[in-house]
Design a protein. Structure first.
Length: 274
């Protein structure tokens, strides 16, 4: 994504159309669009030809961008799990790992980054009916590996609004739910985690369209991305006007939900009832 955004900036600075850029590397306009969005791999020769077209002759600048191209083509750690993942999800895992701020609204179940191992196993079994025990365990292992990013020294800021429905819908039985609620109480006290609960008692709210995630990145050249998961696919929205609507919806959810301290009290109450 970073390389793609820089290539787009260079192209636009020279007033070159995507069609002309595509012609220069024997590709289509849509291929250039996918490259600039970071949705496809990069051939070193294509990047070299584009840099020449865009008038980049300084060797240090060319090498910096070519180095990005080489890094972009290195498979991430999560690619070893692609056999048990839907085709659209590895892209999300990569974006999640690169994000410096992750903002979430979740309604169906506890977000994957906050799940205990037992709760995750129950969720995966429900979602992968008919899967072998080995495949279930590999999916759970991936989820636990993702969670390490949230606990690392350079962990992203993680802001989440959990609908009360996600906390009352049981997965894995009473003991599993009690353990999950306690985990939420504990992890919500980390300095990089802001957890709020949208209670049933509030009524209708701005999250009526369902769960969503907004990913923000440390490099200012990268636009925010909204991730929307569907039954058979996922959407990645990065147009400024689309992102702004989801940011506004999350802002209202945060304003309308009890704060982190009150939300922890709500979690404690639910744990006592479970």
């Amino acid at each position: 994504m970073l390389l793609g955004s820089q290539l787009r900036r260079l192209r636009e600075a020279r007033g070159i159309t995507r069609e002309a850029a595509g012609y220069s590397i024997r590709a289509s306009e849509s291929k250039i669009s996918r490259m600039e969005l970071g949705r496809v791999s990069f051939k070193t020769r294509d990047v070299e030809d584009l840099l020449t077209l865009y008038g980049i002759s300084d060797e240090a600048e060319r090498e910096s961008l070519l180095s990005l191209a080489r890094e972009a083509n290195v498979a991430g750690w999560w690619h070893s799990y692609t056999d048990v993942l839907p085709s659209w999800f590895p892209t999300y895992v990569g974006l999640e790992g690169a994000a410096s701020l992750i903002r979430v609204y979740e309604v169906q179940f506890v977000h994957g980054l906050l799940q205990t191992e037992e709760y995750a196993r129950a969720v995966v079994r429900r979602g992968m009916k008919g899967a072998s025990p080995a495949d279930v365990e590999r999916r759970v292992a991936l989820r636990l590996e993702r969670q390490k990013h949230l606990l690392a020294d350079n962990a992203p800021e993680f802001h989440i609004v959990l609908d009360e429905a996600a906390l009352r819908r049981p997965y894995g039985g009473r003991d599993v739910m009690r353990g999950q609620l306690q985990h939420l109480i504990d992890i919500s006290q980390r300095p990089n985690v802001r957890l709020q609960v949208m209670p049933f008692g509030f009524g209708g709210h701005s999250g009526e369209s369902g769960a969503f995630t907004i990913l923000s990145f440390p490099d200012t050249d990268l636009s925010d991305v909204v991730y929307l998961e569907q039954l058979t696919s996922a959407l990645y929205l990065d147009k400024r006007e689309d992102v702004a609507q989801y940011e506004q919806a999350l802002k209202e959810l945060q304003q309308d939900s009890p704060g982190p301290d009150e939300s922890r009290d709500l979690l404690r109450g639910l744990r006592q009832l479970s």
